[in-house]
Design a protein around this ligand. Structure first.
Ligand SMILES: Cc1cc2nc3c(=O)[nH]c(=O)nc-3n(C[C@H](O)[C@H](O)[C@H](O)COP(=O)(O)OP(=O)(O)OC[C@H]3O[C@@H](n4cnc5c(N)ncnc54)[C@H](O)[C@@H]3O)c2cc1C
Ligand code: FES
Length: 266
C-alpha cells in the first residue's frame, strides 16, 4: 500500500464482536472482496474511525495471513470519543480503517532465534499477531515463549501466566510478570524479546533482562503515545525527535533509552 493512501479511510464491516471483559471487546472487521486487503507486519496498527464520532489507533491482533479479516481488541474509555460509540456498534455496521500504520517487530531479522514475548494488559492483542506469524512460520524460529500478566490459555507455545493477586479459584502463578522473567532459563545470546505493555511492567522487566545478559539491541518495545493523524503530520505523538506513529510504534530498547520522556509515552 502506498503510504499516501493511509490518508483515506476504507470502509470495513464488523463481522464479529467478542466480549472479552466488561470494558473490552474484540472486533473482527471484514474488508470488501474488491479491496486489496491489508498487508501488515505484526506490531503495526490501524486508525479506526467510527463514522460521525471519531478516530483512534489500535494494534492489529489478527493473523497477517488473512489480509481481509482484521481483528482489534478495544478497551472502552469512560466518555471515549471513539471507543464508547464503537462498543455500542453491532455486527453488520460499517467503520473506517486507515493503515497499516507505523512499523512492526523485526521478525525477518530474527530468523532462527528464540523469541520471548512479554505482554501486560492490552499489550497482548498486538503480540497475538506475532504469535500467529511465528506459528505460520514455525520452522524459522527457535523456542517461542509468552509471559503474560493475566489468564489466557494458549496452545503450541510455552505460555506462562501470572495474576497480580490470586484468589482461591486460581491455581497458577501469582505476582508480577517481572518475577516470571527472573525464573526463565534464557539463552541470552540467542533470544530476542518483543514487549508490549504499560511502563510500570516494562521498566522492571528490562532491568531483569539486563541482569540476565540480554542486550538492549535484542529488546524491542511497542510504545503507545497519544495520536491523531497517524501519518507524521500533527505532532501529537512526537517524543523528542521521533514520531511514534511513523518511526514506531516498535522501537529497539537502546533507542527508547535515548527518548528521555519514554515513560510518559508508554
Ligand atoms: C499504536 C497504538 C496502539 C494501540 N492499541 C490499542 C489496542 O489494541 N487496544 C486498545 O484498547 N487501545 C489501544 N490503544 C489506545 C487507544 O488508541 C486509545 O484507548 C484510544 O485512542 C481512546 O480513544 P477514545 O476516542 O475513545 O478516547 P478519547 O476520547 O481520545 O480519550 C478518553 C480518555 O482516555 C484517555 N486516553 C486516550 N488514549 C489513551 C491512551 N493511549 N492511554 C491512556 N489514556 C488514553 C484520554 O486522555 C481521555 O482521558 C493504542 C494506542 C496506540 C497509539
Ligand atoms: S499522530 Fe500525528 S504526527 Fe504522529
Amino acid at each position: 500500500m502506498n503510504p499516501s493512501e493511509n490518508y483515506i479511510p476504507r470502509l470495513a464491516t464488523i463481522a464479529d464482536i467478542h466480549i472479552e471483559t466488561r470494558t473490552e471487546k474484540t472486533f473482527t472487521l471484514r474488508l470488501p472482496d474488491d479491496d486489496p486487503g491489508m498487508d501488515f507486519d505484526p506490531g503495526q496498527f490501524i486508525e479506526l474511525s467510527v463514522l460521525g464520532a471519531g478516530e483512534a489507533p489500535f494494534g492489529l491482533a489478527s493473523s497477517p495471513a488473512q489480509p481481509h479479516l482484521l481483528q482489534i481488541t478495544v478497551r472502552r474509555y469512560p466518555a471515549g470519543i471513539a471507543t464508547v460509540p464503537l462498543h455500542r456498534m453491532h455486527v453488520g455496521d460499517y467503520v473506517g480503517v486507515r493503515g497499516p500504520m507505523g512499523n512492526g517487530f523485526p521478525l525477518a531479522e530474527n530468523l532462527g532465534r528464540d523469541i520471548l514475548l512479554i505482554a501486560g494488559g492490552l499489550g497482548l492483542p498486538t503480540l497475538r499477531a506475532v504469535i500467529f506469524y511465528i506459528l505460520d512460520h514455525r520452522d524459522d524460529y527457535g523456542q517461542l515463549t509468552l509471559l503474560y500478566g493475566a489468564r489466557t490459555p494458549a496452545p503450541e507455545i510455552d505460555c506462562q501466566q501470572t495474576v497480580d493477586v490470586a484468589d482461591e479459584s486460581w491455581g497458577g502463578n501469582a505476582g508480577y510478570v517481572s518475577e516470571l522473567v527472573d525464573r526463565l532459563q534464557l539463552q541470552p545470546d540467542n533470544t530476542t524479546v518483543f514487549m508490549c505493555g504499560p511502563a510500570v511492567m516494562i521498566t522492571p522487566v528490562v532491568t531483569i533482562l539486563e541482569e540476565l545478559d540480554v542486550s538492549c539491541e535484542q529488546m524491542y518495545i511497542n510504545m503507545e503515545a497519544h495520536m491523531k493523524c497517524g501519518v507524521g503530520k500533527c505532532g501529537h505523538c512526537l517524543i523528542r525527535d521521533k514520531y511514534v506513529c511513523l518511526d514506531g510504534p516498535v522501537f529497539r530498547y537502546d533507542k527508547v533509552q535515548q527518548m528521555q520522556d519514554f515513560q510518559h509515552a508508554l
